[in-house]
Design a protein around this ligand. Sequence first.
Ligand code: ATP
Ligand code: MG
Length: 439
Amino acid sequence: MATLKAVRGTRDLLPPETALWNRIEQTARQVFARYNFGEIRTPIFEDTALFARGVGEETDIVSKEMYTWEDRARAQSEKAQSLTLRPENTAGVVRAYIEHQLGEGGKLQKLYYIGPQFRRERPQKGRYRQFWQIGAEAIGPPSSGSESPLRDAEVLEMLATLLDELSIAGWRLEINSVGSAADRARYNEVLRAALEPVAPKMCADCRRRAVTNPLRVLDCKVPEDQPIIETLPKIGNSLDQESKEHFAAVLAALDAAGVPYHRNARLVRGLDYYTRTTFEFTHGGLGAQNALLGGGRYDGLSEALGGPRAPGIGFAMGLDRLVLTLEAQQRALPETIYIDTPCDAYIAPLGEAQNAPALALARELRKSGLRVEIGDGTFRLKKSLEIANKLAWRIVILGEDELKSGIVTVKNFLTGLQAKVSREELSAYLKGPVGRNPA
Ligand code: ATP
Ligand code: MG
């Protein structure tokens, strides 16, 4: 029979690597809490229309990367619903914001999420069909200050802090402004005109975008198209006074906070709903897939989804790429980011009669906070010692005599010394320094 494998573009995450994933998630949760963000968990699948409207028909995501299927209709009268595995989470968060009327009361909502996303892309290093994102959104009615450039700067400063606390060395922030919806419409016309003579020399996608959505051309990844893209007019010249001032205020706040950035006039990002500030954090160690995260302001998204006016700013960070970056750094640096740390103790029952008492002892020790592994009474002592030596600092030997007397034998693999310890003192003893001499 053919063996079954994980589907192309998906993969299993195994220990000890999952410890690094957990550490990143924990650090993110701690940082988000300090900036007063709360966690939101939205469904993994949504109505396809949400992404068509919320991400944009003309984007790569919606036009070719989504996992979509027709759900079975429950009754004859019912239409089958088109469902899609979420390719990103901002649309889901804004849908939830609208659905639960989170803007009522004029409060700014600060929400973060951690979870898997799905895109049918060509799998390669740093690019998978199921991947994980950590993201956050600050969204609210205009009266909540959600439009303020200070919010943009706060989010960017938080990201700089998070990447630093994760000890990601050498990140680079690129930033741009794509202006208001009106600025973008104006720029799109300028671009359309500029593209007319050159589009025939570009890739098939760009030839199509040049007509349907010229802005998307700037996001093209085809190397041969880059020299042409370089010659196109820049969006900065199409911004109105208000957008220019907003952008200047974001940059001034970043300067004040000491967050370094690089302006990139070509940065437009892949999603249709972005307005004003757009940004990306990149890392040189990632190769072709060099974006650690991307984000920006999306002042018109809520309305595009049928909701009230609710300006917002957010980002999505590729967790897989953070892991790759940290692993590469770890190979370069001697200090370890995760190691398969030994247990505090390995309990070795000497016979099958000691199995049940060994489990009871393990329970006691684990309840006291120790990390404990347990053997089996059918093992010979030699075998127990071999296993224990590989996965724990110490072995606790539990034979018939030890059970009767209530005094167990503890052997320390680091010092090679052995000690008799009473059961009452065992937990405290095992919590002591591994290197200490037994009394
Ligand atoms: P890229 O240009 O690399 O395709 P994108 O513009 O499609 O990225 P976003 O939709 O903004 O990316 O997603 C935010 C982040 O999520 C990216 O910066 C990246 O770190 C991560 N990401 C996106 N797609 C994938 C994928 N298929 N596999 C792993 N990580 C991904
Ligand atoms: Mg992409």
